[in-house]
Ligand binder design. Structure first.
Ligand code: BTN
Length: 250
């Protein structure tokens, strides 16, 4: 376990969503300690990005949320936390799989073009101060059957290692990686993290089709802006898009 991330792990047999549970805890009068982890054995209404549902077979995967209080960052720099967390997850997965892991913008973990993990960060702001961030992470661990038509051909750790993994052990190890990158961010390491994040971007420097406002166009993913917009080069003209404006075409 890290020094503070995962010192306090609350395991729930069944919950709607660990992000929702943590949010509800934060609204109560008893303070929640930074680094607290809410982990679910079963999540019945798991949430993904852009209003999607996060499906996870009960007892087979890692579905958890961590509380961070990034008060040292201005709310305009929210993307910096996304970078740190995505990087920690990619490094950790690579150590588990012994296989390259890329980051599909903004924060999915991909192995061989298939999604293995996703992150949903929800920020709590108080005026101009960033009070707390609920970092929800879903990782496919021991699941091998995925719903037909599931987005992005999901895959799991088991499909790479050909054996079951111990979920609490994985969580404990991952907490160390999360803590390390979070502390690096706190100590001014954003530039270095952003450089590593960019190097790992899925489809970086390759021409591919994208859906821009519903229209399919081919462009070359060439980086991200400081605020986390995706930069795509269309024959020498570079444009930046936020998550609502662009979709990868697979
Ligand atoms: C995505 O890829 O769209 C993000 C998926 C995030 C899923 C995790 S599972 C734990 C936490 N609780 C939720 O309801 N969602 C996140």
């Amino acid at each position: 376990m890290g020094l503070f991330v995962g010192q306090n792990v609350i395991t729930l047999p069944s919950v709607d969503s660990t992000n929702e549970y943590l949010k509800a805890e934060l609204s109560k009068s008893t303070p929640v300690v930074e680094g607290t982890v809410i982990m679910a054995v079963e999540q019945v209404a798991g949430r993904g990005q852009k209003g999607a549902t996060w499906h996870s077979e009960a007892g087979k995967n890692l579905t958890f949320s961590v509380l961070f209080n990034p008060v040292f960052l201005h709310p305009s720099n929210q993307f910096r936390l996304t970078v740190a967390i995505s990087l920690a997850l990619a490094h950790w997965l690579e150590s588990v799989l012994q296989y390259p892991v890329s980051i599909k913008w903004p924060n999915d973990s991909y192995v061989d073009g298939r999604k293995i993990a996703g992150i949903l960060v929800e920020n709590m702001l108080k005026g101009q101060t960033w009070k707390s961030a609920i970092v929800g992470i879903g990782i496919n661990v021991n699941q091998t059957d995925f719903p037909v038509g599931a987005a992005r051909r999901p895959c799991s750790i088991k499909q790479f290692l050909h054996r079951d993994s111990n979920i609490p052990e994985l969580l404990s190890d991952l907490c160390n990686y999360l803590e390390q990158e979070y502390l690096a961010l706190k100590n001014g390491g954003h530039e270095a993290q952003l450089a590593q994040y960019k190097q790992r971007l899925y489809r970086l420097g390759e021409p591919h089709p994208f859906l821009i406002d519903g229209v399919q166009v081919t462009g070359m993913l060439c980086g991200v802006t400081e605020t986390g917009k995706l930069m795509i080069d269309f024959n020498g003209h570079v444009a930046a898009f936020d998550i609502k404006e662009v979709e990868f075409v697979f």
